[in-house]
Ligand binder design. Structure first.
Ligand SMILES: *Cc1c(COP(=O)(O)O)cnc(C)c1O
Length: 379
């Protein structure tokens, strides 16, 4: 696909690249938003009341498109919130940690720690409930997902938390655990911030999913929550009203002012995703991009990726130069070649290429071409 604006390829982990077409459309609608029939309303989306008919139509379309794209069943609610993934680390236990607790008892939740993000979720939840470690991949530097048969599951846990794609460590669940088959009655909670809409979700295994929008859905400021209806209404008394899922659901995400412009932008991304052929088409494209990049890394003598091949992320690909003294030269050459934001997260170092939905195959081809040329000239 030709690029609408001849921009460099942006490999940021988040906030991340948006599709050119979406940015161009938003620019053309910035001052005066047209409805579906093309009729202009005299206002930009940022200037609209969230309760006016114009914004309500934007909201309804975004919700319906997302429900269709992710095949969200009718008994799950879609909430558009604020606070990001980190706030959800508190909001989830505030809402559902007491789900299976005996009356008066303190709720409990289990955590499968496979990288930096699930580690943070585990630490935060302990403020609101009994948080237990079911498994921890830290001892091997977060390069694999502990097999579900080894997880230490608490019979009283209300939920089991996993981060289904670890953005920093590049570890992804390529299938969601079946908690019932593991003998657990807990709900599965997934933090899918950095791979939502990159692949289908098996909702039969999920009670609640949350994610910040700024990786793969739109701009920062919007947080997506998808929650099965029967999990609503169990919040702790101390749960802030604006973060009570039941309150948010009852008010169609308008208990307080939602992040209107971010919802509009995400809505444009949802329409773009539909034009690309939906999630199945995105998944095929993402597999092709990831395979090309990992193959290039594995076949080289300069680069390596430490993650076990069965749980390597299709979205976030950390890689290292065996000669770390070449890191700065690699990054400055990449920038000159129009390949931006490849520096790895400060906690792991090296490089990281985030190749979300908006990254075309041509971007990954440009990156792998650059990596091979760099290796030849520095090998
Ligand atoms: C980015 C990210 C977060 C944090 O999101 P914020 O919006 O900064 O709070 C949480 N979880 C995962 C998996 C992420 O990638």
């Amino acid at each position: 696909m030709p690029r609408a604006m001849n921009r460099p390829f942006n490999f940021s982990a988040g906030p991340a690249a948006m599709p050119d077409e979406v940015l161009a459309q938003a620019a053309s609608e910035m001052l005066d938003w047209p409805d579906a029939s093309g009729k202009r309303c005299g206002m930009g989306v940022m200037e609209m009341s969230h309760r006016g008919k114009e914004f309500l139509s934007i909201y309804a379309q975004a919700e319906a498109d997302l429900r269709e794209l992710l095949a969200v069943p009718a008994n799950y609610r879609i909430l558009f919130m604020q606070g990001g993934g980190l706030a959800e680390n508190a909001i989830v236990p505030l809402n559902i940690s007491a789900l299976k607790a005996d009356a008066g008892g303190r709720g409990a939740a289990d955590f499968v720690v496979t990288g930096s993000w699930s580690e943070k979720s585990f630490a935060e939840a302990g403020k609101y409930c009994q948080a237990d470690l079911a498994a921890n991949g830290k001892s091997d530097g977060f390069t694999h997902i502990p097999d579900a048969s080894t997880w230490q599951l608490n019979a009283n846990a209300s939920y089991v938390h996993i981060c289904s794609n670890e953005t920093i460590n590049g570890v992804e669940f390529h299938g969601l655990p079946d908690l019932k088959a593991l003998g657990s009655r807990a709900e599965l909670v997934i933090d899918f911030s950095s791979h939502v809409a990159s692949r289908p979700v098996d909702w039969s295994r999920v009670g609640l999913a949350f994610g910040g929008a700024q990786k793969n859905l739109g701009p920062a400021g919007l947080t997506l929550v998808v929650v099965r209806e029967d999990l609503l209404g169990h919040a702790l008394a101390i749960c802030p009203s604006a973060f009570n899922y039941q309150t948010v659901a009852k008010n169609e995400s308008m208990y307080n002012t939602p992040p209107t412009y971010a919802i509009y932008m995400a809505g444009l991304v949802f329409q773009w995703l539909k034009r690309q052929g939906g999630i199945a088409a995105m998944e095929s494209a993402n597999i092709a991009k990831a395979e090309l990049l990992y193959r290039t890394i594995d076949e080289s003598n300069l680069y390596f990726n430490p993650v076990r091949s069965d749980c390597r992320s299709r979205m976030n690909v950390p890689f290292f130069l065996r000669n770390e003294s070449l890191n700065d030269a690699f990054l400055s050459g990449a920038k000159e070649a129009g390949l931006l934001q490849l520096k790895g997260h400060k906690s792991v170092g090296g490089m990281r290429a985030s190749i979300y939905n908006a990254m075309p195959l041509a971007g990954v081809q440009a990156l792998t071409g650059y990596m091979q040329a760099f290796e030849r000239s520095h090998g």
